[in-house]
Structures are given as C-alpha cells and as structure tokens.
Design a protein around this ligand. Structure first.
Ligand SMILES: CCCCCCCCCCCCC/C=C/C(=O)SCCNC(=O)CCNC(=O)[C@H](O)C(C)(C)COP(=O)(O)OP(=O)(O)OC[C@H]1O[C@@H](n2cnc3c(N)ncnc32)[C@H](O)[C@@H]1OP(=O)(O)O
Length: 719
C-alpha cells in the first residue's frame, strides 16, 4: 500500500497506493512505516519524497475504518519518526491533501504543491478533529487566527492560498513529484531543526482569549449544539498555551470525546450517504454506472419567475448556453435583468467573468426547436404546464429532452401529453435554485434510463446533489413535509405557540423552525394547494365538520392566517411580524396569539402544557414515519436518499444525520412505541399510525440503516 523506489540514485520515493484517494488505511499506515524505516536506514538514501498514486496525494484517514475496531499502527507515533529523522522528507502534493493527508504532509520537512491541488483539515465536518497532530502543528506553522479558521470550518484551500498562508513551500505547474525530488536533493545539506514543526513556538496574537471567545460564540450561533468545532477551538488553545508534548495529549483527549459520539457517526454517515445517493438503480435493472448520459450542449428554461431565473443561472455558470422564455415583454425584460444581475453577482463572488453571452431571451417557444433539453418552470398549475408541453412537442426536434420543475405534480400526467413520454422527467430544484444544492430527479414510469442518467449527470455538472426519486404527489421531500408541518399546527391548537415550536426545532439543530421557514417560503403557496385540493375555500361542503377534512383531522389555523392577508416575510406579516414587507427579523405577534386563543375558545379546546420533547417527537417521528412509507412505496430507493434530500433541501441538521438516520439513532423500537402512543391519543391522524415497514424492521431486530434495503427488496419499486 506504499511503493518504494530509489530515484536519482539517492532519493527514496514513497508512493501511497490506495485508490481512489490513497486514504490512510491500516495497510497504508503499515506501508508508510515499512518504507520509511527502509529509507531512513539505507545509507544510499539522502532524502525522501512522499507522493500519492494517480495524481492524488492523500484524502486522509480511511473513514470506513472508523466504524470498526482500530487496527494497524497509530498515526502520530508513525509520523513522529518522519519528522525526527535526519534526512529531509518532502511531501509532493498533487490533487488533494486533506485531513490525515495534510497532517502527514505537516510532519514532512517541506511541502511542494501542484497548482491545482486542494488542501485542508475537514475532520470537523466528520464530527472529529485533526488528531494526527494537525491542531498542534498547523497553528505553529501559520499562526492561530488562520489555523483556527481552517480547523473549525474544515474549508479546503487552493495551492495558491496555501502558499500565501505558509502551508506549502512552493507551488508548481509541473509534475509535483519531479519538482519535489529536485527540491529534496537541494535540501540534503541544510539543517532541519527549524523545519520540525513540533519544535516551534506557536506565534500567538496578543488578544488570544478574546479571539477564541469570539470564534466560540460564532460557532455556538451558527452550529448550535455541534460539538466538534468547539473541541477544535479547545485543541487550538492548547497549541497556543502548552508545549507540543502536552498539546498533542490534549488533542487526543478531545478526539476521544468526539470519536464515538453520535454526532461523529451521523456526520460520517452523511458523507457516505451523499455519495450513495448518486448511485441510482431503476426497476429495469439499469443503473448509474452502465447508462451513458446524453451530452447537453444547449438548454432552454421556460418561465422566469424565482425558480426559472435560478435554473437559468445554474446552467449558464457551468457553460451551458441557455434560451430563456417568458410569456410577455414586461416579464421577459424583468427576468432578463434579474438573471443578468444574479449571474454577475455570482461571477464576482467566484472571481470569474460572467457568462452573459451564453444567455438568450425570447418570447417564442419556436426558438427552442434545436435545443438538447428544456426545463419548464412555469406557474405550478397542471393545465398550464400541460399546454406548455403540448406546444413543446410541436416545436422541438424529436430528440429534445423535456424536464419539469414541478414541486409535486404528476410527472407522468405531463409526459402523457407529449409525443415522447420516455424523454420526460422531473427536475425539482429548490429555491433559490442557483444556491440550493438539492435536486430531486423525478422518474416517471415511462422515463427512459437514458433520461434519468442525463438528468442526474446534468445535476452533478451544475454542482447539485441529485437524488433519483419516484413519481407521487410531493415526491419525497414535500410529501414528508406535510405530516411534519401538520403536527406543528396540531400542537398549536393543543397549547403551543409558533415561537415555542420553532425554538424546540431550532434547539434540535434546524436552521429555522417550521413557522419561520413557512414565513420565508410564503404562506400563500400552501394555501393555494389546500384550496385546489378542496381542503379549504368555497368548495368545502358546509356540512363538513369544521376540524375534519376527507375523514381525518384538519387544522384550519394556517388558512385563517392567510385569510388575513398574512403571507409571511413578503407581506411583513405571517406567523410572525416583521419590520417591513421583505423584512427578515421575526418578532412574535400578539395578533397571532389572539387568533389562536379565539380559535381554541370557539372549539372549546383547553390549552395544555406541551413539552419540547413532545414537539420533537411528534414532528420528527411523523416525518420519519412518512419516510418509511415512502420506502415501502418504492418512491425512494434507500433511506440514505431520503436523508440526503432532507439535509440539502430542508435544513435538517447534518449532525443528526437526516430523519431516517435520526430515527435509527433514537432506536426504532422507541420510535414505534412513541408513534403508537401518539396515534392512540390522536386516532384521527393517520400520519401518526406506525408504518408497516417500521414495524417490520423492529420485528427484525432494528437493523442499521444501511441494511434496511434488504427488508424492502420484495416491495414494489417506482425507481
Ligand atoms: C476512543 C478512541 C479514540 C481514538 C482516536 C482514534 C483516532 C484514530 C484516527 C486518527 C485520525 C487522525 C485524524 C485524521 C482524520 C481524517 O483524516 S478524517 C478524513 C478526512 N478527509 C476527508 O474528509 C476527505 C474526504 N473525501 C473527500 O472530500 C473527497 O472524497 C475527495 C478526496 C475530495 C475526492 O472527491 P471526489 O473526487 O469527488 O470523489 P468522491 O466521490 O468524493 O470519493 C471517491 C471515493 O472515495 C471514497 N473516499 C473519499 N475519501 C475517503 C476517506 N478519507 N476514507 C475512505 N473513503 C474515502 C468515497 O467514499 C468514494 O467512494 P465510493 O462512493 O465507494 O466511490
């Protein structure tokens, strides 16, 4: 797992060989120990270069090994021998030096980076810290403020930034390995003492305590309840205040508190779940690695509302020419200005030039006759969308792929009005589409494997995390949202306030509670959907009991809020009040409290004390329960897919792993018992009735999330 060669007669070249990222598995650590020993003891060898196979230095510790008992040589003592040796050791960094990979490089006396390399200590994103000396060595090399920022955020830096910070000694556009060998030969006679980071004193800013305090507060505000960044601050403090030998002990004590924590397990699960989600399979057996996606050389976006604009920007910024279509001149001009502005701001932020020339704006669908792919993003109205697709069938060439950005309508019904149902698919972007990373790729029963492959690959090209899902109302994300938000409104009826519910969810880790989030998204959207589905409005039969619809419990409070013209942030009033329309600072509104109280009085509801535990259990277990139903319906192929959707589309806290992983961490038996308890108390709420799959998994001994699929296999799949 580490290859040894002698080059230029006196340089030992050690190559890490563990594809795809040369992670420091137990075998690689053995390989490094053996080859280093050989290099240091061979009198012919005067210097050593360490590099990685296939243009990748090292992606860090092997994360898969964290799940089992740790075997093989521990990293720090192994790396100590590199630094302590009398022969100069140079790291030749190509591709990536991340986590343990960068830490390995920091034990080397010199570092040469290829100009395209990326470096960083992303351990914090996995719920741990750089425990191979990273928290003690990086501050000694680049100072406390810069090291603190890199270690607590896990941010990757480019080779150029690494050079500026002083992490690397040289950046090259040539083969980094060859440059490192020459560099090593020149370093042979030079003293090494100043190159041993463990012997350096950490350069300390005068305001150390204030700096650490400010960073701690920032973390507590941004990443509420997340342990690893706070442990990173403590470790960096040790680098500033303790000698290296004690600092390294402190680093490993802090690592021990994190290593087996639920947060570390959740975050590492998220890392792999994200990668698993790209590996789709269809019921036909077609899958991600055997279908070639079509190349998309041009695209069109129909509708320049909020979604259409974001989609147009997402396409243009990855170099795809876009024709944007609107239905009238005024809308087209507004859309044009907005898209150009967004593209310019985006380009400025990324330090590149804006690709205006890739955009064309038009009023006529006939201009789309030659494009490779069309994304429809008109108003969420089935009749309107159908008419667009009928028109498109007439004007586009037969091979053009049709995508709809519907957030929940029947993709197959849309496919049915076209002349090419096999080339129709849902691409459900999340708002704002140029910012949000999630893309639900909605496969209809007639969508061909080629269009699935193309939509997934286009999503990846646009920098999205794409998840293939089946076609049902609301798909995965929005379908699950209903039981979650229903529970929140039922809790309002029963005695809670929007502030209390939001606080409980935010303390759990959501960036925003359900009511603040609805205010941001706009309350009128859901109101319109409820009116269209006959849940509220003039179509409701007057004989219908007031708090029941379609045979189940219904809470009309959200409709009452909308009836007052309170649509959320955009109107300056919603579940909260804001200082102005478009304002973002939410304040509790006594009018909402009155409205809820009046409602309770009208229906004789005695408010009761509701605990945060009940809020979390009812909202989140109802959410996961719908996830189990989605799995048994074959709308999502794996629990990982559902979790990825919730992490990237709905702000589910990453350190909890996603709703399905969270359920498994709580214990499926406990989730089942609590759902049974709540369903008994609310028999008219079907979402609280435990799903058959949950019961089945509990009966099978609650296997880990990764094994659930084995218990779903026989069920019908829409994917
Ligand atoms: C009480 C006991 C206490 C004990 C304490 C014990 C301590 C013991 C451990 C000591 C550890 C010291 C500290 C060091 C920690 C670490 O190094 S943690 C790892 C840090 N590294 C990372 O976070 C990098 C993760 N990887 C990436 O960001 C990307 O993969 C990449 C390297 C940038 C490459 O990206 P890309 O080209 O897009 O490819 P991917 O699809 O992401 O990956 C390809 C496949 O490789 C797998 N993979 C990637 N990195 C790792 C890894 N570090 N370990 C294992 N596997 C990895 C990835 O899953 C992909 O696999 P497949 O999906 O199967 O294709």
């Amino acid at each position: 797992m580490a290859r040894y060669e002698l080059v230029k007669r006196s340089v030992a070249l050690i190559t890490l060989t563990n594809p795809p990222v040369n992670a420091l598995s137990s075998a690689v650590r053995h390989g490094i120990a053996k080859t280093m020993e050989r290099a240091l003891s061979d009198p012919k060898v005067t210097a050593v270069v360490i590099c990685g196979e296939n243009g990748r230095f090292c992606g860090g510790a092997d994360i898969r090994e964290f799940a089992g008992p740790l075997r093989g040589p521990p990293l720090v003592p192994l790396l100590d021998s590199i630094e302590a040796g009398e022969k100069p050791v140079v790291a030749a960094i190509e591709g990536v030096a991340l986590g343990g990979g960068l830490e390995l490089a920091l034990f080397c006396h010199y570092r040469i980076a290829h100009f395209k390399a990326r470096l960083g200590l992303p351990e914090v994103t996995l719920g741990i810290l750089p425990a191979a000396g990273g928290t003690q060595r990086l501050p000694r090399l680049i100072g406390i403020p810069a090291a603190l920022e890199l270690i607590t955020t896990g941010r990757h830096v480019s080779a150029q930034e690494a050079l500026k910070l002083g992490i690397v000694d040289q950046v090259t556009e040539q083969n980094a390995c060859e440059v490192a060998v020459e560099f090593a030969l020149r370093a042979v006679a030079k003293p090494l003492s100043s190159r041993r980071l463990s012997s350096l004193t950490t350069p300390c800013p005068p305001n150390l305590d204030a700096l650490l305090e400010a960073v701690t507060m920032q973390i507590q505000k941004k990443a509420r309840g997340v342990m690893a960044p706070l442990a990173c601050v403590q470790a960096v403090r040790a680098a500033a205040t303790m000698p290296y030998s004690q600092g390294i002990k402190r680093e490993s004590e802090l690592m021990a508190t994190l290593f087996n924590s639920g947060q570390a397990r959740a975050l590492q699960y998220c890392f792999f779940a994200e990668r698993t989600a790209g590996k789709w399979t269809l019921p036909s057996g077609a899958q991600w690695n055997d279908i070639k996606p079509r190349e998309i050389r041009s695209a069109a976006v129909i509708g320049l509302g909020t979604m259409g604009r974001g989609i147009a920007v997402s396409l243009a910024r990855v170099g795809i020419p876009v024709i944007a279509v609107e239905s009238d001149k005024k809308l087209l001009e507004t859309g044009r200005q907005m898209v150009i502005g967004m593209l310019e701001r985006d380009a400025k932020r990324r330090g590149v030039s804006a690709s205006h020339n890739l955009l064309k704006f038009t009023l006529g669908l006939q201009d789309l006759k030659d494009v490779d792919l069309v994304i429809e993003a008109v108003f969420e109205d089935m009749a309107l969308k159908k008419s667009v697709f009928r028109e498109l069938s007439k004007v586009c060439r037969p091979a053009t792929l049709f995508c709809t950005n519907t957030s929940g309508l029947d993709v197959d019904a849309l496919a049915g009005v076209t002349d090419r149902p096999q080339l129709v698919i849902g691409m459900h972007f999340f708002s704002p589409a140029h910012v949000m990373k999630l893309l639900e790729v909605v496969c209809g029963p007639r969508s061909s494997s080629e269009i699935v492959a193309t939509a997934m690959s286009l999503g990846k090209r646009m920098g999205k995390v794409s998840v293939a899902v089946g076609n049902c109302p609301g798909f995965v994300g929005n379908r699950m949202l209903k039981p979650y938000s229903d529970q929140a409104t039922f809790l309002l009826e029963e005695g809670a306030t929007p502030e209390q519910i939001d606080k409980a969810l935010e303390d759990f880790g959501f960036a925003m509670g359900v009511f603040r989030m609805s205010d941001l998204a706009g309350l009128d959207v859901g109101w319109r959907v409820r009116k269209e589905s006959g849940l509220t409005g003039p179509d409701v039969d007057p004989k219908n009991p007031p708090r029941r619809r379609q045979g189940r419990k219904y809470c009309p409070i959200p409709d009452m809020v909308c009836e007052q013209g309170r649509f959320g942030q955009k109107t300056g009033r919603g579940w909260y009040m804001y200082d102005k329309p478009g304002g973002t600072k939410a304040k509790p509104d006594p009018l909402i409290q009155n409205l809820i109280e009046m409602y309770r009085n009208r229906y004789g509801i005695q408010p009761r004390n509701i605990t945060d535990q009940e809020i979390i259990e009812r909202c989140l277990f109802a959410l996961a329960n719908e996830g189990f139903r989605i799995l048994e319906d074959g709308i999502a192929a794996r629990p990982e897919d559902i979790d990825v959707i919730y992490l990237f589309g709905y702000g589910f806290p990453r350190h909890r792993g996603g709703p399905m992983f969270y359920a498994s961490m709580v214990g499926l038996q406990r989730v089942l018992e609590r759902l049974e308890h709540y369903h008994q108390a609310h028999p008219d709420v079907p979402h609280l009735e435990p799903s058959p799959l949950l019961k089945k998994l509990v009966a099978c001994g609650s296997p880990p999330v990764q094994k659930w699929r084995e218990h779903i296999k026989t069920m019908h799949s829409h994917l």
